[in-house]
Write a protein that binds this ligand. Sequence first.
Ligand SMILES: [Zn+2]
Length: 701
Amino acid sequence: MRVTATTCQNPLLHGCGLPPFTDIKPEQVEPAFSHLLAELEKELVHLETNIEPTWSGLVEPLEKLTEKLNWSWGILNHLMGVENSPELRIAYEKVQPQVVQFMNTLGQSKPIYNAFKTIRNSLIWDSLDLAQQRIIKAAIRDAQLSGVGLEGEDRECFNTIQMELAELATRFANHVLDATKGFILVLSTPADIDGLPSSLLSLAAQAARAAGEENATPEHGPWHITLDFPSYFPFMQHSTRRDLREKLYRAYITRASYGELDNNPLIIRILELRQQLAKLIGFENFAELSLASKMAKDVPSVEKLLEELRQASYNAAVQDLENLKTFAKSKGSPEADNLQHWDIGFWAERQREEKFAFTSEELRPYFPLPQVLDGLFGLVKRLFGVIVTPADGQAPIWHEDVRYFQIADQHGETIAYFYLDAYSRPAEKRGGAWMDACINRRKIKENGTTTIRLPVAYLICNQTPPVDGNPSLMAFDEVETLFHEFGHGLHHMMTKVDYLGAAGINNVEWDAVELPSQFMENWCYDRKTLFDMAKHYETGEPLPEHYYQKLLAARNYMSGSAMLRQLDFSSVDLELHYRYSPHGQETIADVRQRIAKLTTVLPPLPEDAFLCAFGHIFEGGYAAGYYSYKWAEVLSADAFAAFEEAGLEDEAAIQAIGRRYRDTVLALGGSQHPMDVFKTFRGREPSTKALLKHNGLLTAV
Ligand SMILES: [Zn+2]
């Protein structure tokens, strides 16, 4: 291929090493990707025609090819998240369809699929190690799930279903959006807004102005309350107007369930198509298809877990409601004996305010970022024997606030690096927090020498930036978020696997991927860890004990109800994709009500149509997988319990278990089945006991 000066200089085409962030410009995106994709297409054809069913003849060249794409594509996606601009967005939208198409072609390549199967069935198989075998099995499975194994009419049918499902998901999402936008509760008198916090009044005045009420102000209105969660939720928590809460609640639970925006027929069609799709590739139903690539062995094992948690949380949820009634009565509420759905949020919030009277603002001075980082790095040194040190200046960065760190093992040898982009920058940075892989660990053989390429992670948070010369002062949930993302980061960075396809979080089943992240959150509540970092940024005074006690108590506030709600969602999701037949006697509303008998304390209203807005399973990737939230929580709680059982005060024991966690959960990545990894760490299969205990629900068992 002719290499022109322009492509040669295009920083998006370097293909390896740390991304040259300071040199990248939006106008380089299009030329880079058209050049790259043309090159990759040729390489793919070359690979397909010269394929050799061996590790070095198939897996290695395939990894090289995907790495090249992922290097450039990864940088572009990263910048979309942290340094967004209209120019970048336009460029991204232009190249995205071509990249997706190339990925589809690659994922559906028959010669590659056949070569993988040949390895699986040849004598070579036994010479491969377990990690290699697992990578190949996953490749065959993923190809099968994408329909590669199908021929002729079945193949066509598969593709048609896939297309219709994609279209239905978009229509489902649009209906929810339009139905959400289609309702406004207009408030115009002081009586209408009684109880509402000023932040909500600002938001509601802004919504009114956006709808044409030019003169709307937070002080004098008018105010528009909408069904958007940031508007809906605080209104239900704070409005003293029971009639308005009822009105808003009824609008919320009937979104997209009637008229032109009715999602009921779409749901039926989606369930029908998913069932057909599953049958085509050899599964009995969609739930089995979904579990084929997850840690959970089969549907009964998921149902067993959900039922265990349900039995432990149901009575607690009943008690939560009784407590709420008593509380409402003590406040002279006339509805106390007859609390309805639209009363729960309101009274729960009043009770919470009274019980744990503190705001997140009060805690901020005790959690300046530099101290929190010291605490976090001190914790991983204790647990895993690794040392984190600043490495600012050793890597190009995309914004002056971004930090760069290195991690060394107990012998002082560097094992990984990470970027930390901590502060919120609403103009150019996506909200939320995440960890992403910048570079994966991999063994590289070149010119007869073998080297290990070290992993690099992106850790992105959106916490309060430093103001007026003070450090960034973190709310407690921002501290938890940082620990959570650092847990994902450790999974990526502390891997010992040298194969790209199973290093770090690669090839880890997604109902297990939140184990290391949620595991780290537990440490925020550990006395030593917390008090090591929580000191007033001006006076050095340690966090007062009563705050610690309130944090512990608030963590379990109405935990039975919260747990039961998640179990309700998980159970309906599973039932619809496992036993339910769209052509049977029951409607989806019947299924919802039948399940609710076991998973709700206050039965849903007859017109409750929450399924019509259940985007997780009808437009997102959680179909027959909503349970994953709880599944991973069980694993992470049980992993943390290993430390509790040894005694959190016993430093030697903590360090010993920490090393074992490092050498199993963190080191093995996707090279072994997560159940085997867990068992190697814990010495047994996971138990729900620890999660129930952490949630204060163990006595109810
Ligand atoms: Zn996470």
